[in-house]
Design a protein around this ligand. Sequence first.
Ligand code: ZN
Ligand code: ZN
Length: 276
Amino acid sequence: MIMDLHTHTRHSPDAEPDTVAERVAAAKRLGLRYMAVTDHVEINRYYPAAYYHAQETEEFVYDGEAVFRGSAAEAAAAQADCAPLTLLCGVEVGQIPQDPALSAMLYQDPRLDLVIGSVHELPGRPDFYFLDYEKEDIPALITAYFDEVLRLAQTDCYDILAHLTYGLRYLPNRADYDLTPHLPVIDEIFRTVIGKGKAVELNGSNLKAEIPFTDPDVSLIRRYRALGGTYLTLSTDAHATKYLGYRMDVLEQLARDAGFTELTYFRKHRPILVPL
Ligand SMILES: [Zn+2]
Ligand SMILES: [Zn+2]
């Protein structure tokens, strides 16, 4: 098993209380070669709630700074002693376009090998997970989502563009949703990522729920490749040790089906290709 570059540990508010050491042991059992620890920092709520004169709720969790402090320290300390596994110190930064200056500062942290850039929510809205889709204008919502992903792609505060189709993940009838009107902006996102030398992620998080979608699906990965995309990462987005590397054989095969013969990981933000 080659890589799992997007995983959450006990430092992420929505993950199981697993330590980095437990993950390293599990990765070795699986024969994983590259694993990144990428706990959640929602950059629009980086400081404690009081800083924003706000209240912490289930939908709005604050203090990404504390998450990052714990996660980066634990991951960086574990890096020295985990051969043959290569452990990468990372972070998943949500909503970069809502605070590019703070995101740029975080990106410079010398411990970081890679930053995953995500859009989990639109400005002023909760995570797509919490939306009541009965009350949404879905095409407008998805249009706004991809526009926000494009704004993310245009920054320099990430190495890997996470789960491109996250905005679709919780749609009640995802299989029936027609992406065709969004293909021009998706192509612009891909061209932007390619032009900046960044990577696209094939995220298999849904597979653990037996939902037959990856984010994005293989047709979009093919499209990325056709536009000249060469940097592709694979991830389970595991929030528990039992999902580390889960269905990675499926993700590797999808990458091959899309024409990829190499995958990419990042060391101190520098892309490194490995044979698939
Ligand atoms: Zn995410
Ligand atoms: Zn994640």
